[in-house]
Design a protein. Sequence first.
Length: 533
Amino acid sequence: MRILLAQFNPMVGDVAGNTAQVLRIATAARDGQRADLVVFPELALTGYPPEDLLLRAELMARVERAIERLCAELDGVAIVLGYPRTSVGGLHNVAGLIREGRVAAEYAKQHLPNYSVFDEKRYFQPGQEPCVITHAGCRLGLTICEDIWEEGPTRQAVEAGAELIVNINASPYHAGKQQRREELVRMRAQEHGVAVLYVNLVGGQDELVFDGGSFVVDAGGRLTHRAPSFAPCDLLVEFEASGPAPRPGAMTEIAGDLAGIYQALVLGVQDYVRKNGFRGALLGLSGGIDSALTLALAVDALGPEQVEAVLMPSRYTAQMSIDDARDEARRLGVSCRTIGIEPAFQAFLGMLEETFDGSARDVTEENIQARCRGIVLMAMSNKTGKILLTTGNKSEMAVGYATLYGDMAGGFAPIKDVSKMLVYRLAEYRNQLAPVIPERTLVRAPSAELAPDQTDQDSLPPYALLDEILRRYIELDQAVDEIAAAGLPHAEVARVARLVDRNEYKRRQAPPGVRITERAFGRDRRYPITNGF
């Protein structure tokens, strides 16, 4: 028996395009690799997550037409793939076997995740029964994603006679996720004495990145195959003639933590731009570390010819910031232009002079500068059809150290879920591949350069301390007193917590960005703006 795991990159809602991909991959697997069965990921026909598209009758009609097309056009190869299917019990998340011109079997997902970024109970009804199919003389038990994280579905399938478990997935990335998947599946295989085929989606979808990393474990829990992460792959699995034991095959190493995060960010940018039909990307390049990393990510995702950098100096911009920004643009081969904001800043101050009469200068004037830059960048985005990438990091977004309609203006936020200290580590990692970010950018004190001799530390705790407070408060949901009890200064912890809470309204207006942690702003963390907690 020869089974091909098709780790592919669908587009949510493009049922016809996804179906064409399925047909192309299955036909190539039949002709080129002599596969008996091709296994595709969860909800392969609709992409994942389809969200409220599932509430539209037309989507379901397109899925039905797609299944009819697959039944009619597939010849000489069987496939297992995921799709939504309405039955008497409601809408189900299904894995179907299509073979010899018909849907030969269907399995409805039993465990519907409803936490973190998942809300499947909003759309689907759970299945109750196992599904064991015989193919090429082997009895295969079908399961879907979350089912493998619970003991019941695997046990049901084995009790129903399954000799091999096929688990189709749309499992999104966060740092360390691949190791957790493999540990869990190895344990499940050992518990029940069956090999497990685990196939995962790959690609960016709004905030989510699906990292692939499909793999196989044998009945003893030993890893026999692993596909690469963050790229489509056809992983062929051959079995011993005597039974459902996978022969050792292709084994890609798991990327290190920084390499994995960087690749996730690149893929997230690449697919957001590509799938939404933008002509490229542009960003404001300040000479600081955040925009420096964002520019490198954009170039690695899209190529230098598709990226444009804009320098927008003000009266407070240091010459070394201009020099470092130009230096990085040159190293990356990116088109770079300079548009000073002083005329616009002066114009706004003149317009508001009477209104502001008698008021001391404060953060208002700083925000006007940021908004001048936002207007310039958005105008260029509108004119060129290139998406504007914002450059704010998670630490800044958490405490509101960002200007609405200024540096927050844009269409996509690549480092929105990257803490400030991780920004530095990722920049250093990127420079190990090729030194594109100037050394001075890595070592100078960070500054918004909106006031004379300004640094971030004038308004915020040191970033190492800030990031630790934020990790505990946001990602671990620890209370102020609990965080302080761990040895962090109580006054700073309380101040940071207040800043996080009061700036929820800003984060609601921020563009989407790539999720790399288990608790990102947006789908993961849904706090009320108005609350008395």
